[in-house]
Design a protein around this ligand. Structure first.
Ligand code: CP
Length: 294
């Protein structure tokens, strides 16, 4: 089956993916495809965490991998995304992981008959990031229902925010957004950062997506850091058991100060660690479920 956005999955399926990821992490669940499954990783946008943790997940599952590079592919001769993916299907790949700069690129891939796992599309969805965020929250609090989350920053251009808010609300969490007006997304609850900071369980910072801005940010990075960045003084205002998350990469000393990146409340590197295990669970589900859902 395809895993394109979490909206396509029932809550029970999301919970099962998280349970499996936790079992993979603890070592109580093991799968070895013994080199019999081949997965192609097609990244049309730069990526460190998602790309290489999918690759790591594939190694841990005993899959073989093919790494695609746009620059040396026939895309450069004008080949379409569909024809590229159909080629991978034709040569016998078992599943494809795709990150693409275009929103909902997968709508162009309706006639593909091998599973597609979305590793992030434009500003729309980032299902594996949302799952690793949920796994990190589940490990911390043991539940989702009733938790309050504050997402701060470039909400408008963030597939992480768009993906997370939808799934977190489905799981019973209260999600608030904050940041400069220019990055506001009218679809979501917008609050005052300083007022909400001491009331939430999870503070999630977002990277300003400089590469996606239609025009330059109206304020300097220093001013952004003063008004919306998290620093040690702001950390002191958080609830005792509250945690800090960031999908990374981060703009150090813009949305997050150096001394907060690895502070006691930060779960940023745990998020990255968990990314491997949720991606193992996603690959297993995509390979094992033969239903057509494109
Ligand atoms: N969080 C995230 O998607 O990071 P990468 O862009 O490095 O994959």
């Amino acid at each position: 089956m395809n895993i394109l956005k979490l909206e396509d999955l029932k809550v029970e399926e999301i919970e099962e993916l998280l349970e499996n990821a936790i079992k993979f992490k603890k070592g109580s669940k093991k799968i070895d495809y013994n080199g019999k499954k081949v997965i192609a990783n097609l990244f049309f946008e730069p990526s460190t965490r998602t790309h290489y943790s999918f690759e790591m997940a594939e190694y841990k599952l005993g899959c073989k991998t093919i790494e695609f590079t746009e620059e040396t592919s026939s895309i450069k001769k004008g080949e379409s995304l569909y024809d590229t993916v159909k080629t991978f299907e034709s040569i016998g790949v078992d599943a494809i992981v795709i990150r693409h700069r275009e929103d909902e690129y997968y709508n162009k891939l309706k006639n593909i008959n091998i599973p597609i796992i979305n590793a992030g599309d434009g500003k729309k969805d980032h299902p594996s990031q949302s799952l690793l965020d949920l796994m990190t929250i589940k490990e911390e609090f043991g539940k989702f229902e009733g938790l309050k989350v504050l997402i701060i920053g470039d909400i408008k251009h963030s597939r992480v925010a768009h993906s997370n808010i939808k799934v977190m609300e489905r799981l019973g969490m209260e999600v608030y957004t904050s940041g400069p007006e220019e990055f506001k997304d009218e679809d979501f609850k917008f609050v005052n950062y300083e007022e909400m900071l001491p009331k939430v369980d999870v503070v999630m910072l977002l990277r300003i997506q400089f590469e996606r801005l239609e025009k330059e940010m109206s304020m300097t990075k220093e001013k952004y850091n003063n008004l919306y960045g998290i620093n040690i003084n702001r950390v002191k205002q958080m609830k005792e058991n509250a945690i800090i998350m960031h999908p990374a990469p981060f703009n150090r000393n813009v949305e997050i100060s150096d001394d907060v990146v690895e502070c006691e409340k930060s779960r940023i590197f745990k998020q990255m660690q968990n990314g491997v295990f949720v991606r193992m669970a996603m690959i297993e589900k995509a390979l094992n479920d033969n239903s057509i859902n494109n």
